[in-house]
Design a protein around this ligand. Structure first.
Ligand code: ARG
Length: 428
């Protein structure tokens, strides 16, 4: 490693300590690096506005930050163990390129607020991507629900045949859940949309920093006002984003469970195209829905990350290096969770539905509830009607799924799916 930015007297830190502290932090910082550079540019311009840096220095620093960003994007600059972390790499680059001006970049900031602002920008971006992926899943499901709005399939409770349902009803139900998830992602983004930059090590600095201007340039809608609050929020913000992600993945899991059942030969309702399935190493006959199973496992990654982060947060006020340990689970969970949502949309759009098998799985006894409600409408008390129908289940054979669905007009039900309402919410 090149010398650390905090070196004062040349005293070398034990290499084992250095390795242990750094861990894989510098590698994780690759995900945050572009955000760190963006925040650094804003910080430099802010210092220019309060005349801590001259215009020439600001221009030179911004130019070199841009150049480092370009070099990072093309791979010409690799963030690796030569540096303690991404923050140090930025300063080292600026000092190497600009000398004295580079040494001024850290005026009025600490790596503590530097990592906080990079994380907030990263988490805002993650929330925006989550919002978009939730919406994409909802859109794909609504498209398929529209296409098969009235196609019959069995409705189950306890995994037992219950009442006739429709493909439209099944898929619109999953779509609406993703709309809830989309709204949660949106609300989470606005909840965390506050700039911690300019809080320094957690106690502010003796400079009239233009925190508002810097926050505006970075696209934040407000400040985390109190520097201690900014520090103590680390991990809590991550938990909230991962919670929004987990909500979506719980819907992925339920849907994946349905697909896991429906793709069995026993159900045979759904088939995945060959490009979404995998083979067995020993059984030549097999195509497996592994993708559905790993979608089903995706919440475990996020749940594990939440536990890991929460476990770190038993801390006194102020920055503690423990907080670095919240970074890996956060990045891992977001990466995996967003990938799962991306694939969910693909599966929804590409799955094949066997409409004949679905309709054939509706047996006459499943019309029993319709009949009991009809009798109730004729004035028979519902409990009496219920018992009468239970005794006459054989009398339901002439009914059809199409008629059952058409009559199920309660709002949201298969005969009144209100897909336009869901569509309007999606576009809203
Ligand atoms: N890698 C560190 C983290 O993630 C950056 C902040 C370091 N601050 C410090 N005071 N050592 O927390």
């Amino acid at each position: 490693m090149a010398s650390v930015i905090w070196d004062k007297d040349g005293a070398a830190v034990d290499a084992r300590v250095q390795r242990f502290l750094a861990g894989d932090d510098v590698v994780l910082d690759r995900e945050l690096f572009a955000f760190d550079l963006t925040a650094s540019r804003a910080h430099v311009r802010g210092l220019g506005r309060i005349e801590v840096l001259s215009k020439g220095e600001v221009d030179a620093l911004v130019r070199e930050l841009d150049a480092l960003g370009d070099a990072f994007a093309t791979g010409a600059f690799v963030l690796d163990a030569r540096h303690e972390d991404g923050h140090s790499a930025i300063e080292a680059h600026l000092v190497e390129r600009l000398g004295e001006a580079g040494k001024k970049v850290h005026t009025g900031r600490s790596r503590n607020d530097q990592v906080l602002v990079a994380l907030r920008l990263y988490l805002k971006d993650a929330c925006a991507r989550l919002e978009a992926r939730d919406a994409a899943c909802a859109r794909a499901l609504l498209d398929r629900a529209d296409a098969d709005a009235n196609t019959p399939m069995p409705g189950y409770t306890h995994l037992q045949r219950a009442v006739p349902s429709s493909i439209g009803h099944w898929l619109a139900g999953v779509a609406e859940a993703f709309l809830d998830d989309r709204d949660l992602a949106r609300a989470t983004l606005s909840w965390l949309d506050a700039s911690p930059l300019g809080t320094a090590a957690g106690y502010g600095v003796n400079l009239p920093l233009d925190r508002e201007g810097v926050a505006r340039e970075l696209g934040f809608s407000r400040l985390v006002v109190n520097p201690a609050c900014a520090q103590n929020g680390r991990g809590k913000v991550e938990i909230q984003v991962l919670t929004a992600l987990l909500q979506a993945l719980l819907d992925v899991r339920r849907f994946a469970w349905d697909l896991s059942l429906y793709t069995t030969a026993e159900f045979g309702f759904v088939a995945l195209p060959a490009e979404l399935t995998t083979g067995s190493s020993i059984m030549p006959n097999k195509r497996n829905p592994d993708v559905v199973e790993l979608l089903r496992a995706s919440p475990a990654v996020v749940q594990g990350a939440l536990v890991e982060i929460e476990s770190v947060l038993s801390l006194p006020g102020g920055y503690q290096r423990d907080l670095q340990a919240t970074k890996a689970p956060t990045l891992r969970a977001i990466d995996r969770g967003l990938a799962a949502l991306e694939l969910t949309e693909v599966v929804v759009r590409q799955m094949d539905l066997d409409r004949a098998r679905m309709e054939a799985a509706i047996d006459a006894e499943m019309f029993a509830t319709d009949r009991a409600v009809e009798l109730a409408l004729e004035g028979v008390p519902f409990r009496t009607a219920y018992r009468r129908v239970a005794d006459e289940l054989g009398s339901l054979a002439s009914r059809t799924p199409a008629a059952s669905l058409a009559a199920r007009v309660s709002p949201g039900a298969p005969g009144n799916l209100m897909l336009e309402t869901l569509r309007a919410r999606l576009e809203g």
